[in-house]
Structure formats: C-alpha cells, structure tokens
Design a binder for this molecule. Sequence first.
Ligand code: PRX
Length: 635
Amino acid sequence: MSNYNIKHLEEYFKVYRKSVREPEVFWEEIAEEHFSWHKKWDKVLYWDFEKPEIKWYEGAKLNITENCIDRHLRMTGDKTAILFEPNNPDEGAQHISYRQLHERVNKFANVLKDNGVRKGDRVCIYLPMIPELAVSLLACARIGAIHSVVFAGFSSNALATRINDSDCKIVITSDGSYRGAKTIDLKGIVDVALEDCPGVHTVLVAERIHSDIKMKPGRDQWLQPLLDQASPECEPEIMDAEDPLFILYTSGSTGKPKGMVHTTAGYMVYTAYTFKNMFRYEEDDVYWCTADIGWITGHSYIVYGPLANGATTLMFEGVPSYPDYGRFWEIVEKHRVNQFYTAPTAIRALAKENLGYVEKYDLSSLKVIGSVGEPINEEAWHWYNDNVGKKKSPIVDTWWQTETGGIMISPIPYVTPTIPTYATLPFIGVQPALMDEKGEELKGNQVEGRLCIKYPWPSIARTIWGNHQRYKDTYFSAFAKKYFTGDGALRDATGYYRITGRVDDVIIVSGHNLGTAPIEDAINEHNAVAESAIVGFPHDIKGNALYGYVVLKEAGAARNPDNLRKEINQKITERIGPIAKLDKIQFATGLPKTRSGKIMRRILRKIAAKDFTNLGDTSTLLNPEIVQEIIDNAH
Ligand code: PRX
C-alpha cells in the first residue's frame, strides 16, 4: 500500500526515506493505486541531468481529463467540481458538478476540434477567471492539444510574443473582464496583439461583460452558440505519459519569456499527490486557492491537483478589495471554505486594513491556510496565523516554481511543526541541496547557499518550448548534475529550509516574477532614454517594488521629470503590463559599471534600499564618481 495520505511526522520521515532510497518503487506505487491508465508504463523513470532529459512513466497511456473528471462520475457525479464566485457578489455563485463539467469540457473539446485543433497543436488562452477558463484547459487536454495560458493582465505585446513563440493558431478570449469596479477590454487587447500574429486563424470569444466589441469576420466567433450546438460526448485522446500537456511562460533574468513545457503523467501524479497532502483535503471539503489560473499555482492547485482528487475547487473572479476589504472572508464564510491558499502580498495588503473586515466573518470552517509565491515575512505570517487561522489552522508556506510544476518544500499540515518564515521540509521525493559559490555541496545543517535539487521529481518541466539549449543553460549548467532553482536558502540546525529569495536578476513583485531585462528594454524604447537599470527594493505590501535608474540621451530632457516618468511607465504597461510598472524612477547621468561594461546592480540595489553603507569596493569601477551622484539624488 502506498502512503497517499501522510498523517504523522514519523510516517513522513519513513515515507521520505523510502522515496529517496527507492524512488522508482515509491512513485510506481503511487501511480498504480491512485490513477487510471489505459496502459501501464514500461519504465518508471529515465533521467540524465547532463543532457538534460527526464522521462517519467515512459510507455504509459492515459488522458488526464479522465483522471480529473470521468472517473469521479459514477460515485460523485453530482458533487460540485468547480464553485464559481463572481466578481460581483450579487450575481450569485455557480456550482458546476462533475457531471456538468464533463459535459462542458466535452462540448468545448468538440468546438476546438471543429475549428481544426488537433493533438499536439498549441492553443492560446487569454481569459479572466470565469468557468470557461478552467473548462478550456481541460478541453485542450481532452483532445491532446497543448494549452498555453497567458495571464489576462499582460499587454497585447506580451501576449503576441507568447502566441508567436509557441506558434498558436487559435486564441480563446472573452469580450472583457471585471476587475472590482472596473472592466477591462480583453478582446481589444487581443485584437492589437493579433496584428503581429499572422499565424492565428481563429479567435473564440466568451461573452462576459456584454460590451460592444468588434468581431473580425472569418476569424472571430462567439463561443456560446458553438457550444450550444456541440455534442456532449467527446472520446478522450489517448496520450503518452510524456506528451506535453501545457506550456506556461515565466520570466527569465534575460531574454524573452521561457515557455516551460509540462508533460502529462508525471505532472498529474505529482500535483494530485501534493494537493492531497499539503491541504489535507477530505471528501466534503471546499478548497479555495485565490491565484489566477494564468499562473502555475492556478494550473496545479485550482485545476489539475484538486480535480484529480475529486475535490470541490473554488474559482474567484474578483479582487480582495471589492466591494470591500472583507471580500475574501465573506467568501470563506459563505461557502464554508476549509482550505484557503493565497499569496503573502494579499495577506500584507489585507493586514493594513481595519481588523473589523476579518472579525466580521465566521472563519471557523478553515482547517488549513497556505502561502505561496514569495517569502512570507514574519509580521505577515503572524497576522495570518492570528486573525485568519486563529492559531489553530496550520500555515503551509509552500515553496515551488513554475518549473517545478508542484509544491517542493512545505510543511504538511497537522504533521510538520511550523515556524514563521520557514518552508520547513522537502516534500516526499524531493532531494534539495545547498551549494556554495565554488559549486560544492554544503553538507550538514546550519548552512546557507544556492538551492538546487539533486534528483528528478515527476512534475519537473521537461524543456523550454523551442529552446532546449536554454533549458540546459538556465537550470542544469550552474551546478553539475543538479537542477538550479535560482533561489537562495538556508538549512537551520533542525534541517528546516528557509528560502531567502532570488539570487539572479528576477524580481518578485506582488508574487509576480519579473525579469529585469524585458523591463529595461521597454524603457530604452522611449526616445529620450539612453540606458536604464532596474532593481528591486523592499516594499511593505508588494514585498519588492521596482526602482529604475534611467540615463537620458540629453540631460535637459528631464525638464519635466514627472511627465517623463509617466511616459516611461506607459511604455512598460504597453510592452509588458501594469504589473511591471516602476514605483520609483531616478534620472542619472550614468550607471556604475565594471571595466568590462557590466552594470553593478549590487550597488544600485543598496542605494534603492537606502542602505548607503558597505557599498563595497567602488574603486574598480569604470566611473566611481557616479556612485556619489546617484546617492545624492536617491529618493
Ligand atoms: O523565488 C521563489 C518564489 O517564487 C519563485 C517562483 O515563482 P513562479 O515560477 O512564478 O511560481 C510561483 C508559484 C509557485 C521561486 O523561485 N517563491 C515561491 N514560493 C515561495 C517563494 N519564495 C519563498 N517562499 C515561498 N513559499
């Protein structure tokens, strides 16, 4: 019998040891006992971190939607699969049962087929958090198409880059989206994007805000009439274990976004198994993850992980501040939510508001509360623990990444004792290593270094779409035969891990990963700008905010600096999206550079954080005098 549901700390250690000693035996048992397969695998694991190449359950045949939907129909077909809570509470929630989900996914899958989508084709999904979003992912998976969801806060430019990179021929969007009291013209954003995407022949449009949009004849079609006519039966495409399931883009420190490719069987097994354990999900629980499905958290822990366990997963369209700051807690009370999973930035934003917003609601249904996306600071941890968890629901501080597919380091609730700011222990099968700068592994406890993983786990991304070399360079080259996460971490005296943050040029702002290079490129497009450098600085709600140092072509161009700042942020909004806007922009006559011309970001980071001490040896700079000028003008 496999240990699908870990209940005690001793059991965790026992199972963990087994997963390390005999990983193939372990993952074979989990896969065998908890999922349905058309054919079992020939080999559990093949791996080579040098090539790099990783295959799990090779030779197995399955369809993930049968595991997420069909197999629950007989026993729990009427159970709510997706509980949709709209932006406006007066609209009322929707309960979509497993049976209804089955029908909706099949119809959608047939619409995709009718529009020429075949196994292996890429489908771009640019939708708000409405049921069609979850349904469209599953519809792609039903017919073996590869979905590529683009978060609906990205600009047309960012959308076009992603559509073209994975060569999507079809885009699924809506007439618009609600965001609190505002509406956003999503279809308009798609229209602009598609001016640069000649490969797209079809746009399917879900109706959400009933706005007056332009439909391009021959290309754009309303989704609902097509669904109304579609058959509710669609035989699942039988997929190989290693067939791609989806592409999801994430920022790199340089260059264009990386299309991380996740494959079918390993991703399914790992997200389902982690979901069950990290949230201690039980039969009638209502589980809610507040992330957007546009990010990996939504893919793994709103859609695939929960549905593979036959769970009720809540999808929330709105924002935490609408109609007021009590919205999250109102939803918890209304739907008797048992597991609640959110990001530190949301916790910090809500902690700033009157406590009355939390106290007004009955949160006694909560059993587990989670955090994801960035390190959770001690103050936020305590606020969450005291006011939401009421000191009885454990906080699971889950560390993972788009690339890892599922949660890697986290307490298991009611099993692992928690400590604020610690992600605690590796999950079953996860073998972390901390490395020093020379590439040696730091053995033992009380060490701090760069976080790597030494052994494959089933949901590791297999490649970067169209660029395997970049996959190798980014993740498998810094340290021999190890996956490098890009994060720093420490291991304390008891073996607990604490993530200390990124060690590269990725900055996490409000839980969103942003690479500095694309933002700098956007700024440099402004006519007046010669060059720029972006760094992060501490921000009490966003975790980090962006500070831009901008050098102008002509010093006099900053005569109206506030205007220029607005224009620069406008450029960023157009190229990437509002999430990448700068909080502070400082104009400078130059940037500190090494003799080889590299910008010394370390110094700029310190200045942005108002830490003017220990700037290090600046004498080796090409232009040491610039440092004092920048300090004198810092905000
Ligand atoms: O730096 C880590 C941080 O978020 C990065 C991954 O971001 P993304 O791929 O967008 O996925 C976010 C959701 C899984 C990591 O490299 N991060 C994520 N969770 C935590 C975290 N940092 C500290 N503690 C966490 N719990």
